[in-house]
Write a protein that binds this ligand. Sequence first.
Ligand code: C2E
Ligand code: MG
Ligand code: MG
Length: 428
Amino acid sequence: RQALRSAYAEFRATSADQRAAILVYFGLDRIDSVNATFGVETGDAYLFAWAQRSKALVKGSGRLYHLMGSQFAILFTDLTDDAELPGRARQMANRLLHEASKAFSIGDQLFDVSLSAGVILAPLDGTEFDELMAKGYATRAAAKRRGTNKVSLFSDEAINVGSQLDFVSELSEAAGRDQLRLHYQPIVNLATGKIMAAEALVRWQHPQRGLLMPDSFISLAEDTGLISGLGAWCLGEVCREFKRWQDAGAGPARVAVNVSPRQLSEYGFVDVVDRAIRQGEIDPTTLEIEITENVMVSHPQASARILRHLKSRGLRIVVDDFGAGYSSLVYLHQFPVDKIKIDRTYIARMLASRKDRAIISATVRLAHELGLEVVAEGVESVKQIAELRALGCDIMQGYLFSHPLPGGEFSDWIRSPEQSRSLAGLSG
Ligand code: C2E
Ligand code: MG
Ligand code: MG
């Protein structure tokens, strides 16, 4: 990105009027599944092979830049700024996409390539580098929504992109404008009849759209880099709230916070956690970090290092949505994991499907043999409780116990006699 910024700055400094540049913002759509299926080394080889080919394709007319992960940009400069430019840009980008998306092989494996691209024209669509990149990102996202191997020009998508850019800028201000909220859901142990922990789940109180669930903004926050600010806010707030509960003598023993892959690998993440713990004045052993399997699959070495840092401070590491992705049991051994949460899709199907029951049963046994705690997510019925306990799983979370609640309501609920009566009844 830095190299692209410099190249663009040079274009602006040296080019006369009537000169234009085209920025093609590319994304490879399926890198996660390549990584997960064939391993990260093949994933890297795939990105590299694709980049080599694309570099050769544009040689002499443009330059290829690697932005991050599976996102690339090609900058063409020294074009004539005339009325034909958008048409020419579209043709060029389509031809490029056609060539760049041809299948290729690594070893004896043939790979399909699926891409989407957003095309931005300078100065027509903007002149500032950051603005062009933001538009490139959003235009590519709009193209991707239309299917695979699609190219869009910014002008095709201006309305969608405009509203997405507004959404991104609103999201960047959400924390500062006091629009983020955390809700808490209990995790209960039916063997002891106790509430073991609370999981913090973020919501965005949007002034026009109402209360937004994380699924509608977390991945956008990840893609745009806003996740680091949002995540830091969540960590800080979780520690503050937990301290309030402790001071009032009314909280669970631990609190869990979700951390997404990009956030974990962000430079300085460990410092962010340290600061939240210090400022919140909480005991680090009461804090749990929930990560998904993707984290372990996509950046095994870096993530293992970061997790070990956290672990050395006393935090507990939880693998969320276990079984939902391409979990490899190897990772459970290599990573400093304390606890796994079986993905709620298995729990949802367990009463109807023997296979799902068998998977849950094997996972519970494996976890216990490795000395890990195991939690069933998404428990909604008393029948599921009985079945889970029969399979050896006593720790659960789900709507049956409580929906996620705002902090104040959660601590009232935890102290209420109805809550302890109902938990005692279910523990039976
Ligand atoms: P998750 O960490 O697996 O969280 C559990 C999700 O399941 C929550 O959805 C919760 O409300 C829902 N759930 C709980 N019990 C039940 C049940 O009995 N049945 C069903 N159908 N669902 C249940 P929510 O709050 O919408 O969060 C979705 C996801 O967003 C979370 O999945 C987590 O991956 C992510 N997320 C939430 N908060 C944060 C955050 O602060 N930071 C990051 N990076 N991600 C977050
Ligand atoms: Mg979670
Ligand atoms: Mg989960």
